[in-house]
Design a protein around this ligand. Structure first.
Ligand code: BGP
Length: 464
């Protein structure tokens, strides 16, 4: 069959994961506790079906088998994260040699199997010892993070060439300090601003350390969940509302990471409402001088926005939603399991924006996927889950990605979320996202889904 959508040579095909979501073994071999282990202990009922992070999909013990499955599903690259609290149980101080050994084995096994490791340093998993002193609210944690990053670069940088400082740094801000879905689940805009600001500084510091470490052929980036912000109409009030949402949810990290500066409009807005963060001399220079080589883009859904219909309640806590209302566009396509809109063209729009307004930074799609409940009912007689909806989801996004590449966007790869069904934060195993299913009732037995076989073909032909 002729290949209509051919991707550039050397395109990275694979999937993305994170330590807390796949490793399990949360108390084994000297691992320290992170906020997820702690929160689950405190409030198990917050987690779907009461399942916590202690077991997850057991990658810690089964990584060899999993890497074979990656090969069978066409991966030439794979993103995972290092668990800070596994590597440095106290967040700072002594390194856990068993963790070094584990990540060494994973990296070597990937490389031996022709799979390029993409390594992320922070995926929502603050070590509990550091959360006790305030986590990202505490400026000291920036240095702890930079030391952790340095250890990672020095220990694994001889083999790992693609590095990322953070995955979706805005999510712990939203979840932990605004909307109550991550620990420490407080609602406080001022603290949220400080956490976001310290995360940007920690990121810039890690980039600085990376450059000093001088890893041969190494590149460093950040992974951001970009949500193109569409106004309900071209009415100036709707457009303004969409711009403000864009400032808060995209540009607050995108601009400092790629351009080295905060958007002036965002600074102005925070100043007007007296929410500027506490800063120190030299901060802005650090940010300016340490921009990324590479950007990971996670894309799931757009944001649709309209002008505020009612005046904000002066007694309610200050929230970004003071400036816009969400807009439920009639007829939009939804993934009803997750409650997220499916809008394939969004991936194209955001990439064109990177080309036009962010110097056509080298980027890749670092997550994109669909979470579905009750996939067991699609298992056929041979035992394979026929997830045609996932194939369609990926294919339609890839078409738009292909168009963006044809128009000159500097995209180097596509990682699906996720490799195998995993533990998804408070949703635990509710929605399944993997190319490979994991049967929790049968000792985490893995079976490749139809989408996994389909993806293998796409990766091998470098198109479809
Ligand atoms: C992204 C995260 C992932 C993953 C995914 C799916 O925001 O980087 O960790 O979980 O979303 O979302 P969820 O698991 O909440 O359904």
């Amino acid at each position: 069959m002729a290949i209509k959508y051919k991707f550039p040579e050397g395109f990275w095909w694979g999937s993305a994961t994170s330590a807390t979501q796949i490793e399990g073994a949360s108390r084994e071999d000297g691992k320290g506790i992170n906020i997820w282990d702690y929160w689950y202990e405190q409030e198990p009922n917050r987690f779907f079906d009461g399942i916590g992070p202690e077991k997850t999909s057991d990658f810690y013990h089964r990584y060899k088998e999993d890497i074979q499955l990656m090969k069978e599903t066409g991966h030439n690259s794979f993103r995972f994260s290092i668990s800070w609290s596994r590597l440095i149980p106290g967040g700072t101080g002594k390194v856990n040699e068993k963790a070094v050994d584990f990540y060494n084995r994973v990296i070597d096994e990937l490389i031996q199997n022709g799979i390029e490791p993409f390594v992320n340093l922070f995926h929502f998993d603050m070590p509990m010892e550091l959360q006790k002193i305030g986590g990202w609210e505490n400026r000291k944690v920036i240095d702890s993070y930079a030391s952790y990053a340095k250890i990672c670069f020095e220990t694994f940088g001889d083999r790992v060439k693609k590095w990322f400082t953070f995955n979706e740094p805005i999510v712990p801000v939203e979840g932990g300090y605004l909307y109550d879905f991550h620990y420490p689940n407080v609602v406080d805009f001022q603290r949220a601003v400080q956490v976001a600001y310290h995360t940007v500084l920690a990121h810039a510091k890690a980039v600085q350390v990376f450059r000093k470490t001088n890893i041969k052929d190494g590149k460093i980036g950040i992974i951001l969940n970009l949500t193109p912000s569409y106004p309900r109409s071209q009415h100036p009030a709707d457009v303004k509302a969409a711009n403000i949402a864009d400032l808060f949810f995209n540009r607050s990290f995108l601009d400092p990471a790629v351009k080295g500066v905060y958007p002036a409009e965002l600074v102005e807005l925070l100043k007007t409402y007296s929410f500027l963060p506490k800063t120190e001399e030299g901060d802005l220079k650090l940010i300016r001088e340490n921009t990324v080589d590479l950007l990971g883009v996670n894309y799931y859904q757009p944001r649709r926005v309209k002008a505020k219909e009612n005046l904000p309640n002066p007694y309610a806590p200050f929230m970004p939603e003071r400036f816009f209302d969400d807009y439920e566009m009639p007829g939009r396509k939804m993934n009803r399991h997750r409650g997220w809109e499916i809008y394939e063209k969004g991936i194209y729009d955001l990439l064109i924006n990177l080309k036009e307004n962010y110097g056509n930074i080298e980027c890749y799609i670092s997550e994109n996927g669909i979470g579905v409940e009750g996939e067991e009912k699609f298992r056929n007689e041979e035992g394979m889950i026929e997830d045609d909806y996932r194939i369609e989801f990926i294919r339609e996004h890839l078409k738009w990605l292909h168009k963006a590449i044809r128009e000159g966007v500097n995209v180097k790869g596509y990682h699906m979320w996720t490799f195998m069904d995993n533990w998804s934060w408070t949703n635990a195993y509710k929605n399944r996202y993997g190319f490979v299913s994991v049967n929790l009732d049968k000792d985490c037995e893995r079976t490749i889904k139809k989408s996994g076989y389909w993806f293998k073909q796409v990766a091998e032909q470098n198109g479809f």
